[in-house]
Design a protein. Sequence first.
Length: 317
Amino acid sequence: MLFVGELPDPQPGAGEVRVRVVASGINPSDIKTRTGFGGKAMPFPRIVPHQDGAGIIDAVGPGVPPSRVGERVWIYMAQWGRAFGTAAQFVVVPSVQAVKLSNNVPFETGASLGVPAMTAHRCLFADGDLRGKRVLVQGGAGAVGNAAILLAKWAGAWVAATVSRELQAQVARAAGADLVVNRRKENVAAAVRSATGGNGVDRIVDVDISANIDVAIACLAGDGVVSAYSTESPDAKLTIPFFPALMGGFSFRFVYVYTMPEIAMRQAADEVSACAASGAYAPPIAKTYALDEVAEAHELQESGTAIGKIIVRIQNP
């Protein structure tokens, strides 16, 4: 059950900063943590939800340069391994998880980075540079899918994206997708092969690889890589057609943002920040709620009907 109440202001410890939160972003994983996805109990008796947010550092702990006070930042993984996330006026996080936010980037965009952008970055760049490559994003209107389109285009790739309805297609095109395919009305593999001169794609970012494995095999170019980051069910199983995968030299990568290698997190934070600062990262915002409407915001996220990021506006800068 979600409700709004009063808690003592948190104080930063060694290596930590306190951020006065302006905007907090909701992710599907925030819902899964609260509702016990995969049979896992909520990790703490009481949590302040949300991993992502943006705001201004107003206090630092020992070992953190005092010059960071007053810095605009975006936050990632605020509630990972902790009870208290960004759905509050103040949040304390390790200094490294409060990343400088360029002055030209709105706080709402900053609160939209974190989980989706870092997940997409790992899916796209773990296997090398993207310039001149071809990418297929399965689920181009979702938070991670949209982030993948934005980051891939920023990096110089050709991008195809799948959607299931026209409003999603508009979002994918607005992000820069070169080809948008309605997976319910079109043959995805045929459309991708035709658009790539029969070559296929070098990378696939997939929202549900257990359901999309045959399409992936049909779309991949030689030595192509599929990166899978989500599933509809914790009991899902993946059956890979062995011989086509063997002959194609395909690779399968599984990305869970919370357990990414530390060096990958640092690279993602740096490059996501650079993309946002360049103006190339402008994700759609589905709806913005006030803090006392956080339960309604979670209901919208759970409904699966929102296209774009759901933001909880905590306070003015």
